[in-house]
Ligand binder design. Sequence first.
Ligand code: ACM
Ligand code: ZN
Length: 482
Amino acid sequence: MINVVPIPEKITYNGGIVARKSNVIRLIEKNSALGDEGYILRAEPESITLIAETQKGIFYAEQTLKQLMEGTVIQCMEIIDRPRFEYRGFMLDSARHMQSLDEIKKLIDAAALLKFNTMHWHLCDDQGFRIESKKFPLLNEKGSWRDGDNFGPIKSDKRYGGYYTQDEIREIVKYCKDRFIEIVPEIDLPGHTTALISSYPELSCTKNQIPVEKRQGIFEDVLCIGDENTLPFVYELLDEIIPLFPYERFHIGGDEVKYNRWENCPKCSAKKQELGFENFAQLQWHFTKQVIEHLEKHGKKATVWNESLAGGKLTDEATVQMWLDPKKHSVRHANRGGKVITSDFYHYYCDYPYHMTPLRKTYRFNPVLKGIAPVMKKHVIGVEAPIWTEYICDFDKLCYMFFPRIAAVAEVGWSKEENLNSTEFEKRFRKITPLLKSIGINPAKPEEWNPTPIQRLTGTVKFFSSRISVDIIKSSLNNGKK
Ligand code: ACM
Ligand code: ZN
């Protein structure tokens, strides 16, 4: 069995083994069948030849070779390989808990090994703003710091915070670029903005000074859409951040926006009326459309979480990231010709315990969502494995939660559907584990990947019982009311 993750498209064994000291030859050749990420790896008795149309293809051939070299011998063979999906991402939440640059680089190395091509970097949320802003210094003086942690079982009275300087962000961008990984930065708008509002209270409906959040959850202070100064602020902030990330995609969030502040805000209510809207989801949609248009002026294409579609359609140029979408907005977006990335909460969220989301469950999920017409399936451009860090304060825990589930998402994103096999995947993952460990990544142990049904039940109950307090339940019930 070949010890490669993701499993390559086609492997032909030619008999014999490759001499340990073989030359590696790299050839860039026109071969339209390979596309810009595909490659051929020819392992012969005295040489190994990597062929691709692009440097990126050669880089992926090298990742395969690195894994093959972990085996005791390399068989003589020809591999022809290319990805199933154009978008293969992982999401890192550095807002709730930050990671050091060295840790992020380790993660990027592991992601490159698994042929991911995108890192979605969640850089601001209620619990912290993590990008250096020279235009809006209070975002760092106030918004990057919180007064401790109160995330369910994770409690601390110690002030927590920090941010990545613009130079550090450029360093990570360069590190990714050298590994053919694009960064999609996320500035989550108009909700999940407590850190922004605590820095600049004039951005909210109440204008009250509020602290940066130290609890997990969904909070009611969101940007005031009715205030004429909000959009200019957002544009100016984006104008500062956009040049740090030299890519086309830019994520503007849009998830979990509570509307009760807007309902009680004279400016937001007047705006809704002026625009002839029936509900506040439309007001959010209107705001999102304006931000998308602003990004377009910079040559950027927006990605949004699926809730952004609740108030209306968005341009086909916008990519919708599906995570929890009972009303199937993402499916309709794909059926209209819009792009969709699948990050299904129940299968791809790697911050939930293996009891709730066993490895096999992640692996076996079909990212091409039910309800998409056969001719529109191509609009699902890929997959993304998110990890949120309310409950993940250190890198070892992050690696434990992410690996091997992130590798399962990598394989589903890269490999042909007919080559997917979860048992074989698990065996191959064990073989590449030493390589991950050499990078500094310690995955969960095999006995933890797929708990039994009874373990799943008890583990899931235990996880939620230590995280959901009566206070949180009460406050979310109140917030839902007018
Ligand atoms: C999300 O998990 N709130 C996108
Ligand atoms: Zn308002």
